[in-house]
Ligand binder design. Structure first.
Ligand SMILES: [Fe+2]
Ligand SMILES: [Fe+2]
Length: 375
């Protein structure tokens, strides 16, 4: 009973928030299409947001994905302002030459890739929200939570952010997970970290101020952190889409999820390749942060060569079936809630309000309640 009441209370709070959010979004971005869907949510009397012509579950899955894409865009935008290419496709910021050069140590085209990844996320966010609106379903707007501080280093815009790239704890286990031929996280298997010290403590992936631009190995450590964080984020998207696709009902919604998901995999494979070029070093301003030589023990050897960037075939569905080259994990139970936990655990939302976490949790829980074939 207590849980029921709590559930009811949070959906009421969220409903009024979503309604407010819609008003702002309608005015700011999507125009007439969205206004049509922003009639009072409460008028429908149900405990959930409007699904319009979509099933409740499909709308909930798309709303969670829209939220994830808004968050992705926000973090990629911060990377692009300092280390990407600032142009009409991805405006904002004026670049930081020292950080950009440190990123270029991983690959000469890093600035281009950062730009393109940022643009992709922006289009994912805008498309999914526009599709929801076109079906008369409620959309997602997180503008109210753009409250976190920007980097104070030269090149960054001074605007409120949704995500924090300056206190990250980066899980680098995807490096070994995609190289294992016998293990799969869907079987409960655990994987070693490529950079164990990145998965402990809190580390900046962008310079916090111009003090972070020197000495050389310090800004390189920050660029290396970014290089691994890129892979960590995009492997998450690579798993999230196929995990949720299994519970989508309408073929067109499935087409959306199946068409966006593989672009996350394209990003991931690119970053997986670049992370392997992160130079071995110890951060002179944080002796606990050590980037090891990935081609030597305990990694290295045939399985861990840094030029191996395609998934190693591994166990899938049953250990009795032959090994298969696959995305991992893809289990669907709790996939949205799991993705939110993963993003929270990396410190991406340090400084966010409890209302932010409550809204995200509600969106994730609704997505995880979706069932394939529901009306
Ligand atoms: Fe995306
Ligand atoms: Fe992505």
């Amino acid at each position: 009973m207590k849980d029921l009441l709590k559930g009811l209370k949070s959906s009421i709070n969220r409903r009024s928030f979503m309604k407010n959010g819609l008003t702002a979004a309608g005015a700011a971005t999507l125009g007439a299409g969205l206004v049509a869907s922003s009639s009072p949510v409460l008028a429908h009397g149900g405990p959930e947001e409007r699904s319009g012509h979509l099933t409740k579950g499909d709308a909930a899955i798309l709303r969670f994905l829209a939220a994830a894409e808004i968050l992705e865009t926000d973090l990629w935008q911060q990377y692009n302002e300092l280390g990407g290419i600032q142009d009409s496709e991805v405006p904002g910021g004026s670049g930081n030459a020292t950080y950009t050069a440190a990123l270029a140590v991983l690959d000469a085209d890093m600035a281009q890739y950062i730009h393109d990844n940022t643009e992709d996320e922006l289009t994912h966010e805008v498309f999914i929200n526009a599709y929801l609106a076109s079906k008369g379903a409620d959309t997602v707007n997180l503008d109210e939570f753009r409250t976190l501080l920007s980097s104070q280093a030269s090149g960054a815009q001074q605007i409120g952010r949704l995500t924090n790239l300056m206190q990250l704890t980066v899980d680098t286990s995807w490096w070994t997970r995609y190289r294992s031929g016998t293990k799969n996280p869907d079987f409960g298997d655990i994987f070693d970290q490529a950079v164990p010290s990145l998965n402990k403590g809190q580390h900046p992936a962008i310079p916090k101020t111009d003090d972070d631009l020197t000495p050389n190995d310090h800004i390189q450590a920050i660029a290396n952190t970014a290089g691994f964080h890129f892979g960590t984020i995009e492997q998450g998207g690579t798993s999230l889409y196929p995990s949720l696709a299994q519970r989508v009902t309408h073929p067109e919604v499935l087409r959306i999820v199946l068409s966006i998901g593989p672009t996350e995999a394209m990003h991931f494979q690119t970053w997986s390749d670049k992370a392997g070029n992160a130079p071995a070093l110890t951060d002179p301003k944080d002796s606990m942060l050590v980037f090891p030589d990935l081609n030597s023990s305990p990694l290295g050897g045939e399985e861990f060569q840094t030029n191996l960037i395609m998934p190693e075939p591994t166990v899938f569905l049953s250990r009795k079936l032959p090994a298969c080259s696959i995305v991992r994990p893809t289990a669907t139970d709790g996939a949205a809630t799991g993705a939110l936990k993963f993003l929270t655990a990396m410190g991406l939302f340090i400084g966010q309000s409890s209302a932010f976490f409550e809204l995200l949790r509600d969106l994730a829980e609704d997505a995880d309640e979706a069932r394939r074939g529901e009306r």
